[in-house]
Design a protein around this ligand. Sequence first.
Ligand code: C5J
Length: 228
Amino acid sequence: MNTVQASPYPYPLPAKGSGNRVALVIIDMQRDFVEPGGFGAALGNKVEPLRKIVPTVAGLLKTFRELRFPVIYTREGHRPDLSDCPPAKKRRGNSTLRIGDRGPMGRILVLGEPGNDIVPELRPEAGELVIDKPGKGAFYATNLQERLKELGITHLIFTGVTTEVCVQTSMREANDRGYECLLVEDGTESYFPDFKRATVRMIQSQGGIVGWITTADRLTDSLRRTYG
Ligand code: C5J
């Protein structure tokens, strides 16, 4: 069996021709979280450190596209009338700019606004799946599960921001739905380095209770060796 070197033990890859497929999931790499003036900054976070994963995720994206493997992007955002934004979510925090308010990148966390765009280095190509989600998890109030089923996807490789919020929530949702989940440690980032470290430890604890952890290089080597 082909595997990726990972923690807590090697991550099994589906055999070529088995009908099971691996997909790259890029969580919320949108301007609202990684650029000044967006939702992340409005919540009082320093956003610059999040940008350091962009080249790593871009490298994985290139590999997946070359192998013709599916790529799934998510964006956290709400309808312009905010009908899908729970009042509790809108109220939360001490920010002067709240969800739906107009900031330097348009209305905060609203679909179709400049802040909702995925950063240019990771821009989706035609045919790639983009899931707009109103919550932290990629499965909540979306059709992601149906789409994964249609595409025969069984193995999900997680990257993006932020590790302990939308990435971890989505990974836990996927794990509960029976997907084999692998987190790329250097392809995810948090505003809080200790939260990232804790999440990485939590995911692989108890024999991989949520999934596996690897690095972009290890994953790339295994994918190219197995499927290239
Ligand atoms: C947050 C996210 N942190 N994408 N969203 O509110 O993690």
